[in-house]
Design a protein around this ligand. Structure first.
Ligand code: NAD
Length: 506
């Protein structure tokens, strides 16, 4: 298969994978200023395909020295103004060009994410569409935002200007590598900042490819840099840096808490956090078409192997329909088994790495010990004799005291609870340290509005799960974080207001 054709079958994707690793070479070096370079220390780390256990590449392992270099270049670029003071309409053109390049390279980028972290390639292609749409949306937004003239008296002209912050460090996770990157990087660049991206050590490859495409699109040196490496080395150095003005983070709540401390210990940089969740999906007995709802409830947790911040991991079902509903969820789960991530027919792929795999299996064990009733799954499996795979796993009879009912597992494990009243459902849904997403299924519009308003959650899905597009902000409340990705609201995070009071002669 030639590289210009669209891969459609397992064999096509395997052929593309073979060509990627041998012919074109992967970007494995850090991208600092305007060049791909080894880490100052010369250190590397191995990134591995979790579906096969094979090493994919040795990637530059950046640390504090690389962070210092990148921050210096980012600051110099910001002060030089080639990007930060460029007219928004011209920044838009460059970012739209980058979106075109992402479109042209979407198969190869999707493949990198699939090889790196094990998700099915069809799902990775969906992520590419999301990433491209985000670059286009933010690029199109930036020349349509106006400042303000304040309503003062005739003695002054008072302007409220919106300006970029300076240097933004973006630290992202591995579950949607390029899409999460786009949600941070696109608005931060559109707003005129210099951006330093630290991808997860578990999925650095697409971010490095993005650096090459950004350079090709015409981003000036120092405006977009990529530092692969570990959280406790280069991530921490960026978070503690006196030269970084904003940390834009997506990842676990534990790391989010750490980043706030680093900001306090250094320069009080802004910290925007998109963290974990344990999202409730509430099914009322009056919902229409139980079979369809059950399919959505299963996909809400098993999509992306359950490695989704907004996974519908707590299923709250009205007791009068609970047994019948669970049967339908189990039926739906049969069609969502893990398979070769390169096979476009696979619904689930491999778990990202050994540590996450052990963690998920540990929770399944805990669920058994704590007395929840295992209805399906629960045992690891292999595909073609290889890899880290866990099939859909469903526990019934879960209570809020159990670890599987309370803690974020980040794997394909569904905890089912029963409830008898709307009041009880709302109380159970809100009984969590998290508040990222919540869903409810009902045909009663009064109930829908009542419950929607009472849910402590950044987003509420009514008669769907995970609906939304670029026009909608995405983020959480409570320990799910304080940031908002997507929509024009995300531009507010990457800019600041300057008040200008101009005295006028009488
Ligand atoms: P993680 O917190 O372990 O890592 C996230 C990133 O932070 C990685 O790049 C990592 O290297 C870096 N990091 C880790 N320790 C650090 C430190 N001390 N200083 C600086 N950087 C550090 O999270 P993960 O395992 O990569 O991702 C899974 C988590 O992400 C889940 O909790 C999930 O819910 C969350 N997530 C949230 C959203 C959202 O939008 N709310 C989206 C996707 C994932």
């Amino acid at each position: 298969m030639s590289r210009s054709e669209s891969p459609k079958t397992l064999a096509d994707w395997q052929a593309l994978a073979a060509s990627l690793t041998s012919e074109t070479g992967l970007e494995t070096l850090a991208f600092i200023d305007d060049a791909f370079v080894a880490a100052v220390s010369g250190e590397t780390f191995t990134t591995t395909n979790p579906a096969t256990g094979e090493a994919l590449a040795e990637v530059a392992s950046c640390d504090a020295a690389d962070a210092e270099l990148a921050v210096g270049h980012a600051r110099a670029a910001f002060e030089a103004g080639e990007w930060s003071r460029l007219a928004p309409g011209r920044r838009k053109k460059v970012l739209l060009r980058l979106a075109e390049l992402l479109e042209a390279h979407k198969h190869e980028l999707a493949l990198l994410d699939t090889l790196d972290m094990g998700k099915p390639v069809t799902s990775s292609l969906g992520d590419m569409a999301g990433a491209i749409a985000c670059f286009r949306y933010q690029a199109e937004c930036i020349d349509k935002l106006y400042g303000e003239v304040a309503p003062t008296g005739e003695e002054a002209l008072a302007l409220v200007l919106r300006e970029p912050l300076g240097v933004v460090a973006s630290i992202v996770p591995w579950n949607f590598p390029l899409m999460m990157t786009a949600w941070k990087v696109a608005p931060a660049l559109a707003a005129g900042n210099s951006v330093i991206l630290k991808p997860s050590e578990k999925s650095p490859l697409s971010a490095l490819r993005l650096a090459a495409l950004a350079r090709e699109a015409g981003l000036p040196p120092g405006v977009f840099q990529v530092l692969p490496g570990f959280g406790h080395t280069v991530g921490k150095a960026l978070a503690l840096s006196m030269g970084v003005d904003c940390l834009a983070f997506t990842g676990s709540t534990a790391t989010g808490k750490q980043l706030m401390q680093y900001a306090g210990q250094s320069n009080l940089k802004r910290v925007y956090l998109e963290c974990g969740g344990k999202s409730p999906n509430i099914v009322f007995a009056d919902c229409k078409n139980l079979g369809r709802v059950a399919k959505h409830a299963a996909a809400a947790i098993f999509h992306n192997q359950g490695e989704v911040c907004i996974a519908g991991s707590r299923l709250l079902v009205e007791n009068s329909i609970r047994e019948a509903f669970i049967d339908q969820v189990l039926e739906a789960a049969k069609g969502m088994q893990p398979g070769d991530p390169l096979d476009p027919e696979s619904f689930m792929g491999a778990i990202v790495d050994e540590a996450q795999y052990r963690r998920i299996l540990g929770y399944i064990e805990k669920g058994r010990e704590e007395g929840a009733r295992l209805r399906v799954g629960g045992e690891a499996t292999r595909v073609d004799g290889k890899g880290l795979f866990i099939p859909p796993t469903v526990f019934d009879g879960v209570t809020p005291e159990m670890a599987i009912g309370r803690e974020e597992i980040f794997g394909p494990v569904l905890s089912v609870f029963g409830f008898d009243s709307e009041e009880q459902a709302v109380a159970m849904a809100n009984d969590s340290v998290y508040g990222l997403a919540a869903g409810l299924w009902s045909q009663d519009i009064d109930r829908i509005m009542r419950v929607t308003r009472r849910l402590h959650s950044g987003q509420v899905f009514v008669n769907n799960w995970a609906g939304g597009d670029q026009t909608m902000p995405f983020g959480g409340v409570k320990q799910s974080g304080n940031g908002r990705d997507k929509s024009h609201h995300s531009l507010e995070e990457y800019s600041t207001l300057k008040s200008v009071w101009m005295s006028l002669a009488p």
